[in-house]
Design a protein around this ligand. Sequence first.
Ligand SMILES: Nc1ncnc2c1ncn2[C@@H]1O[C@H](COP(=O)(O)OP(=O)(O)OP(=O)(O)O)[C@@H](O)[C@H]1O
Length: 473
Amino acid sequence: MIQKSRFAPSPTGYLHLGNARTALFAWLAARHDGGHFLLRIEDTDRERSPQQYEDALLEDLRWLGLDWDEGPDCGGDFGPYRQMERLGIYGELYQRLLDAHLAYPCYCTPEMLAAEREAQRAAGRAPRYSGRCRELDAAARAELEALGRQPSLRFRVASTGRLRVDDLIWGEREYSLEDLGDFVIRRSDGSPAFFFANAVDDALMGVDLVLRGEDHLSNTPRQILILQALGMKAPTYGHLPLLLGSDGQPLSKRHGAASLRDLRAEGFLPEAVRNYLARLGHHYGEADGRLLTDEELRREFRLDAIGRAPAHFDLAQLEHWQAQAVQSSTTEQLAQWLAPVLDESLSPAERLAFVELIRPNIRFPAQARDWLQRFVRDPEPDEEALDVLRETPEAFWMVAAATFEAENGDWKDWVTALQEASGRRGRALFQPLRAALTGRLHGPELAGWCRLLGAERCRQRLSQAGRRARVAV
Ligand SMILES: Nc1ncnc2c1ncn2[C@@H]1O[C@H](COP(=O)(O)OP(=O)(O)OP(=O)(O)O)[C@@H](O)[C@H]1O
């Protein structure tokens, strides 16, 4: 049973689908078991963490349908939930490690470290910290500080031994401690390093499941060593395969991956995005083929159904779920989603009827806008429709107008009468009508379109088609 899982993003850009998938899985895992979900902001990269990104992050997660029991906006028993507000907590822990000789100040400059790594690489060895500052005595430290060197703090890793790490997705892995080398837990500017703040915060906040991207897999042994040194309980870790873009590279904020808010601006529905993401590397078994409700996504989510293969972003799949989401929305939900593009000229009742009418023909608001324009104004026929209109003789339009009047614009009666009078049926009958009434050859159901359009506008469009035929002759 999962008690608490979390999402811990850095507010360094807008959330992309990779981040969102990781957040969603962590949320589904918690909610599947009725557990808590927390949101922690890892803002230790001060220069890249303006407030605007934190605000956007919360808004985007909410839009996706996630909620949290603890977080920077709602507080909680284990706060604060922004890491830069937790420096006092980290300070005490650093001191404990220093007192226990499990950490030491390191005065090496970035240039010295780079040269060290280069030499190791040239000698065919894996780069790791040489341990130069490991055994400095007080006098040596004072000398370096007198030179103005600001030390970082390094965690002391035993030079022999092995560490076994169990991962929910990757199984058990073993690491040689010697290969890890001593690593930085506080940067020379005083800010906490990711390894440290991330690990201790999970433990202090009572997180028992950490689901995160595979990019953090190699961080886990270091984080477990820190927790062991502090006598803290390590959570269960699971590293999700990364979501890759069309270039085969992992989506990343730094590389400007399409953001959740871009998709939202295009009109993607959160249900569609949720259904798409929830299936990236996770199987829902028999229910895989249909759009699942929020409740079903949670109920059917299984940690052991997460695969190891990297997932590739596939727009066609996302659009497939979008179409499904549009089909299963209620009329009111659709009307609300389309509100920004629906014209003021439609009454509230017409709006509902109109969205129902165009539902099978739209996946995005831009398509609804196009149908609305074809509805409220005389539609400009597209190429295909124009061809059909050019090929249809004026006589047909005269009969169409006459039968329309005779049958009082009643769709069924009109079509029957027109069939008889013109000798046309099927496509030969409906294509010109569709072209005249909508300006396209494919689209919403014509009977409903005509009913909503009203007799007067139908009449105008038929006579406009007749005029066009006359000019074409
Ligand atoms: N392409 C991806 N696919 C799946 N998960 C990802 C991907 N990129 C990042 N994540 C995960 O999203 C979570 C939040 O990560 P973070 O905020 O550091 O984002 P990021 O995209 O890696 O940002 P940056 O580009 O600034 O490093 C982490 O668990 C991380 O592993």
